[in-house]
Ligand binder design. Sequence first.
Ligand code: 26Q
Length: 752
Amino acid sequence: MKPMKEILHFDQTPSLGELYRKLGEVIVRELEMLKPIDSERKVYYISSEFLMGKMLGSHLRQLGLYDEVEEFVTKYGYTMCELLDVEGEPALGNGGLGRLAACYLDSTAACGIAMEGISLRYHFGLFRQVFHERKQREVLDTWLDQDIWVRKTDVTYPITFKDLMVTARMYEMDIPGCHEQKTTLRLFDLEGVDESLVEPGGIHFDQRDIAHNLTLFLYPDDSTEDGRCLRLYQQYFMVSAAAQYILDTYKQTHEDFTDLAKHIVIQINDTHPSLIIPECIRLLMQEGMTMKDAIDIVSAMCAYTNHTILAEALETWPLAYIQKVAPQLVDIIQALDAISAALHHPPATRIIDSQNQVHMAHMDIHYGFSVNGVAALHTQILKHSELKDFHALYPQKFHNVTNGISFRRFLYGCNRELTTWIEQKIGTGFYGNSDELKKLNNFLDDEESLAQLLQIKQIKKAQFIQAMKESQGIALRENAIFDVQIKRLHEYKRQQMNALYIIHQYLDILNGKFPMRPIVYVFGAKAAPAYTIAKDIIHLLLCLRDVIEDDPQASKYIQICFIENYNVSQGELIIPAADLSEQISLASKEASGTGNMKLMANGAVTIGTLDGANVEIADAVGRDAIYIFGESSEQVIEHYRQSDYCAKSCYEKDPWIQEALDFIISDTMMQYGDPISLKRLYHELLSKDWFMTLLDVKSYRLCKDQALRDYEQRSDWARKMLKNIAGCSYFNADRSIGDYVEQIWNRKEEKR
Ligand code: 26Q
């Protein structure tokens, strides 16, 4: 490639926006010329979400152009930060599952694994969150008009619904890898989408006009009946386009479909794309194959990843809905159900149950060659509890692939200072082989290195404080502990438990008992629009924020910073500044977590339960570099089995809990908040508390008190930080991808 200054020339100093667009055009042309990664077997990662984050920085880094472009923009008087800030972020995902898919695109590109992503080109991503009167409001997320990375193609496919034919058009987005190669994300969109169907300002629209609204929205992770059917239309649209594209592409280089499963794997990301199984069978039969052969081939080609153990999140659809949306699949699904039922499998494993509900995961497991969980504990729970009947039938199909994160984005990209420091200590080998990060353990007793680590954390905090000042007008304390909980708002993640701790700390201050050092509590969390209690928890935290801020004493010691509209880019800013990483889900409920990995890699110390990947993090860093509290997953599962958890009796037994909980409905709080919302939350926690906040709140308090005390032993704390950084190598997404290849994608034919 020619030097940037020869390709890009401006007579006058361009505006930042102009500079960004012109530079973007150059990069997009560069990406187009890269070659797709070639391989004997190709993986299609099909997912309803890809949460990509901003692309310019990572593209430049991957193409080796970062420094050159930095020099180039400096000449025009801009900083790289300013340039990267111009880009908007497409919110084509809810949270962990969508971000994981994006990390896996990054890793397969960089590692030279032939994989393509398939998803939808939603016109509006997940709602933008704004706070109004201390409550969440949802605002339309427009991203398409600013986007420069997604390219229109002339590839289209017809999609047949019950009484409607529509056209799917393919768009694509390139992700650069090594050796002038790339990976592609393919996004299907409905031709003729009518954005004017959306009411101005809001996120509501005419749900019935399928022919014009199909890809308008990404659905938030709730299953309100309202709009549920439309989600099924979306799912079928995505899988039908995907199946046609995959089979079409295959046909261009092969005579027939006999060897399909030898050359292709379809990785189904949770059950949202599960209809691809009957759809592929249907298309193969249309090509003249018998149903039996089609089923055998598809079963050897499809693999399923489970991301959740929350029973209420396991997807089922009434057969009548499928009949209404894609009747051509009904016979096939019934046949699949009949075949597995005829083998006398346990009734609990039926695809269609006695209520005529179709269980998507059951179809995936019977008619896929692999099912995997996303962390060791999660896979154990699947095997021995949630999916135990299936595990008894098909033990060889079960795998664990512990999640991983893109170090390129969440360490090297967002924390240059720490990365440079690592280079100084152990050289550059860790870029190619992150196991070399373990060499950092050689510095555990080197006081100078430990002091440098603390300094870097200070720098990253200062940068975060500056950014908060500029973007949200918030003035945060410099010398405080940064306690960070960033993730979707859900009762099982227990942001409310963190709130109870803060309340108590506030009450202590009123009683003259002060913390050793100020604490900044950073929250970032969107609640699904119809998830009332989650929104009540946001309201609680925002009220609490202002109660504390208005108190001259308490505000010296505690600050709550609730980041509006938490997203990938904000994560990249907060994560390097974090001291304490809150991973406090009710044990057995968080499948893996990936924020926990991002935070540890940047030297935050985890306070958490033995849930999801926390278990493996604890093993990797050692028990003295992590704060573990709370009941085990076995104990929790037993509580559910016996129905013996009672929030009320926890409350009655413990005055600390009473004080903290009662404060939610205190006169002070009522002056700030909506009594209905606060009372509802109070009663929920006292009477139901399905996710057992009060079960663990005491051990949480003791554990956190300890962590805050330990923080004052600065060099001991730095040693914990170092153990986290040195121990994070296993959580590299490149390792996860290697595991997928070895355990699932490259299994020999006879083993499938
Ligand atoms: C369901 C019904 C209707 C509309 C939307 C949905 C829906 C959408 C998204 C349900 C669930 C999701 C996303 C789930 C998710 O993000 N799970 C997380 O996946 C991560 C990656 O494996 C794990 O680390 C987290 O533990 C898990 O919660």
